[in-house]
Write a new protein. Sequence first.
Length: 150
Amino acid sequence: MKKDLRYICYSYMKEKSCKVDYEVLSDALTVSIGMVIPYLTKEHEQIIKDDLIRLQQLTYHANGSVRGNLAITEEDVEWLSSRYDYYSGQVGEAMKHFVIPQGCLAALHLHRVRNDAKLVYRALYFVESNEISTKFTFLGNENMEKTNNY
């Protein structure tokens, strides 16, 4: 039977590089983020919705950056850091404890986003360590093997 590339959903699927795993997982993360957004309908949830829309765009930028020029700017990293600080302040000490994935549909989807983000970070770590790339230095991957402190 003749090979037909039209049946491959992603042109790099057979590539041996760990970039493929990162790209597939980061694409899944953007889907997970998008799945939360329709559930945020209340006025007080608008800030979360706006942040997720921007985060989804940055996730797509990071996805393409693994093969091309880094599309995440210093301003983007500063924004992410400020949003982390904001949400950490909102939850306070609760952030230090394990949270069982449950709650309303938006919360459940956010748990999926949290898990997918860990998978993407781990895949990017393998890209960075196996393919000698230094584009994503702001993630602190150079210290991952040395310490468990974040």
